[in-house]
Design a protein around this ligand. Structure first.
Ligand code: HEC
Ligand code: HEC
Length: 221
């Protein structure tokens, strides 16, 4: 019962925000989560029974998120990220960044406030277990140019396969509109999403480099 309540809240929040401009929401102080989410994740990874319980919670939460992030975390909107196949610790870090106002999106900040820590950990476990739907490149020449950019500037961190690791995002198969926007935000050091690692890594990129690398990365399996 107690576990179900926040999902109900999240659904209510979704309904309210759906009809209201997000800017109208009060900007409350953002509290840091009191539960160590990484410790809870590690606990679940070491305890199959706890993992099952949290996974069931996560699946329920994901039903709310599916409105935007798609069934099983495969978004069908180019500017909304896939969550499928994403690295759990990376996702938890993003939840913290939204909660602390280091990454800004008013809707996501509201969503995260309505989730308790087990819903957060359950959600990342659920999405980590989903596969990304592969969309092969249509602009083949552009993607080939992007492969060269990727090999030179991205692969040392995101890996030859684009899967990243615990701290680094999986980017293989990510939505092209979202990749484009995110890379521009990093590069410009935007207050919405700057990052001490990604901002220097993208600073030298031209619009053509971004376009090419997006075509390549979005088509990685
Ligand atoms: C109304 C649409 C909408 C709903 C519903 C929604 N999201 Fe999001 N979410 C977004 C958008 C848009 C972004 C990208 C924000 C940005 O970077 O500008 C995002 C980003 C995220 C990210 C960061 C992903 C990354 O690759 O860095 C996470 C994690 C996330 N959402 C989790 C959730 C969860 C969990 C739920 C359900 C409880 C949810 N979202 C519901 C629209 C939505
Ligand atoms: C020095 C290591 C490093 C290099 C080089 C690097 N990245 Fe990253 N990347 C990261 C880290 C760390 C994050 C997580 C940052 C955060 O929390 O916002 C990240 C995040 C991202 C994200 C956000 C993923 C999401 O789901 O929102 C994208 C997209 C991305 N990188 C693409 C690239 C591309 C394309 C290149 C090459 C042009 C590149 N990165 C080079 C380390 C790196």
């Amino acid at each position: 019962m107690a576990k179900r309540f926040p999902v109900v809240l999240a659904t209510a929040l979704l309904t309210v925000l759906w009809w209201q401009p997000v800017a109208a929401q009060p900007a409350k102080a953002r509290a840091t989560a009191s539960v160590d989410l990484n410790a809870r994740l590690q606990q679940a990874q070491a305890d199959p029974q706890l993992a099952q319980t949290l996974l069931a919670t996560g699946r329920k939460v994901a039903a709310v998120c599916a409105h935007c992030h798609g069934e099983g975390g495969n978004s069908v909107k180019t500017d909304i990220p896939n969550l499928a196949g994403q690295n759990p610790a990376y996702l938890l870090e993003q939840l913290r960044q939204f909660a602390e106002g280091r990454r800004r999106n008013e809707f996501m900040e509201g969503m995260i406030k309505a989730m308790d820590s087990d819903e957060k950990v359950g959600m990342v476990l659920f999405y980590a277990g989903q596969s990304v739907v592969h969309r092969p490149a249509t602009a083949v020449t552009l993607a080939a140019k992007g492969q060269a950019v990727y090999a030179k500037s991205c692969q040392q961190c995101h890996g030859t396969d684009g899967q990243g690791n615990a701290q680094i995002a999986r980017i293989a198969g990510q939505q092209p509109g979202y990749l484009n926007l995110t890379l521009q935000r990093y590069r410009d050091g935007s207050s919405v999403r700057a990052n001490s690692v990604m901002t220097p890594s993208t600073r030298q990129m031209t619009p053509a480099d971004i376009q090419a690398v997006v075509a390549f990365v979005a088509a990685m399996p």
